[in-house]
Design a protein around this ligand. Structure first.
Ligand SMILES: C[S@@+](CC[C@H](N)C(=O)[O-])C[C@H]1O[C@@H](n2cnc3c(N)ncnc32)[C@H](O)[C@@H]1O
Length: 270
């Protein structure tokens, strides 16, 4: 399996120091830390290094990864619509142009990438290796080129100001640290770029997931703040807009990183 990150240099996600290529791994020449490459996917975080909800949901998504896409396609069919129509509601907000560098944080099985313009350059990160394995298979089948890696949204292994488009769909409600993840997404986005964050609304989680016997246990989040995370954005973001879809079940927050915004990487350990 080939491995290439031709367009974005990878950094140590925890110290933000540049990584070098070893045989089957990337390494940090300052700390000596090694990050192994598994089936073409650099692994910045293994299951035994995960904690809290990130561990809980990475296990959950590993378990359901084989059925994730088929069940969402089936759900759309039951609702009398298609995956393309549903996804276009939010994906149409992205400003992807020919040659754009695009990052999807929590790429899952890459289902969104299927519906985006083919002449851009795609990168995806996710905590679930199961979902990334499905992403790799599907991308191959759809003939879409994308660079994938396993890691947390809270610690992105990319340099500041790297991507023309950064977006996230469907996981932030349960991230260990939503504020840190948003800070990281903004850090790696180029100044002037539009970012998109979409997830289920609080009413959807409380009235559906917490009541459904199949999902009740997974969604018992007593002290979770499930509001649209506008209050977690750093001061100075422009054009902040929130749209709601599917009878208020999903929110879609978009905003623009201003030119000259000085969001910097924060150093942090595992
Ligand atoms: C509902 S799925 C959405 C996948 C994809 N974005 C889509 O729209 O089809 C949520 C994804 O978020 C990932 N995820 C959860 N917590 C994460 C974190 N802290 N950092 C990165 N990814 C995370 C899960 O592994 C899962 O693949």
């Amino acid at each position: 399996m080939s491995f290439s990150y031709e367009l974005v240099n990878l950094l140590d996600p925890y110290t933000k120091e540049p990584l070098q290529m070893g045989k089957g791994y990337l390494f940090n020449p300052v700390s000596g830390e090694k990050y192994y490459i598994n089936s073409g996917i650099p692994v910045f975080l293994t299951e035994n290094q995960m904690t809290g909800d990130n561990l809980k949901y990475s296990r959950f998504y590993d378990r359901i990864s084989r059925f994730y896409r088929i069940s969402s396609v089936f759900y759309c069919w039951l609702k009398g619509t298609t995956e393309k129509k549903v996804k276009s509601l939010y994906l149409d907000q992205l400003e992807i142009k020919k040659g754009s560098m695009v990052l999807e944080v929590s790429v899952g099985s890459a289902d969104n990438l299927k519906h985006l313009k083919p002449d851009a350059s795609y990168t995806g990160i996710d905590i679930s290796f199961g979902m990334l394995t499905m992403a790799r298979r599907q991308l191959k089948r759809w003939k879409i080129k994308a660079s994938l890696c396993q890691g947390e949204a809270e610690h992105l292994p990319f340099p500041d100001n790297s991507f023309d488009v950064v977006f996230h769909v469907g996981g932030i409600n349960f991230f260990n640290d939503k504020h840190k993840a948003l800070t990281e997404m903004i850090r790696v986005a180029k100044p002037g770029s539009k970012l998109l964050v979409a997830d289920e609304t609080e009413s959807m989680v409380v009235n559906t997931y917490q009541k459904n016997p199949f999902t009740r246990n997974l969604y018992q989040l007593a002290d979770r703040d499930l509001s649209v995370p506008i209050h977690l954005l750093p001061p100075g973001m422009k054009e902040i807009e929130v749209r709601y879809f599917f009878d208020q079940k999903v929110y879609c927050l978009t905003f623009r990183k201003p030119a000259g915004f000085g969001g910097k990487a924060e150093n942090s350990g595992h």
